[in-house]
Design a protein around this ligand. Structure first.
Ligand code: AMP
Ligand code: ZN
Length: 118
């Protein structure tokens, strides 16, 4: 069983912000912004590649509610999902990062020179 499935089953503790029957929002253990929260579906999908549109529709609403719960809906935030090797995905259970609480830098996230990639 993957680490986030264990968090869903409460076999591993997490700092939960919001939960319903299908989704969970909890604080990232290694925050990269003043507010760094992960939103996951309770059902296991390996990544964004596998998720169905009905789940995404409901998870979008859940993420909006999470941002409100964190009081960052007005100040702003960033939503990221990493997919696969090039995306830098470490945990193979679909999750969305919600980052906020400060003006975020917009760094390009690749070491590669884009001009050499064409
Ligand atoms: P990614 O690189 O997109 O797969 O992101 C995985 C994220 O999960 C990282 O930001 C980790 O800090 C976070 N993470 C890993 N284990 C835990 C855990 N037990 N509780 C909370 N966050 C975790
Ligand atoms: Zn899982």
């Amino acid at each position: 069983m993957c680490i986030f499935c264990k968090i869903v089953k409460k076999e591993i503790p997490s700092n939960i912000i919001l939960e319903d029957d299908a989704f969970l929002a909890f604080h990232d253990i290694n925050p990269k912004a003043p507010i760094h929260v992960l939103v996951i579906p309770k059902k296991h999908f390996d990544s964004f590649n596998e998720v169905d549109s009905e789940t995404m529709k409901k998870m979008s609403i859940f993420m909006q509610e999470t941002a409100k719960e964190l009081h960052i809906d007005k100040s702003g935030y960033r939503v990221i999902t990493n997919v696969g090797n090039d995306g830098g995905q470490e945990v193979k259970h679909l999750h969305f990062h919600i980052l906020g609480g400060a003006k975020l830098a917009w760094q390009h996230l690749s070491d590669a020179n884009p001009k050499e990639m064409i």
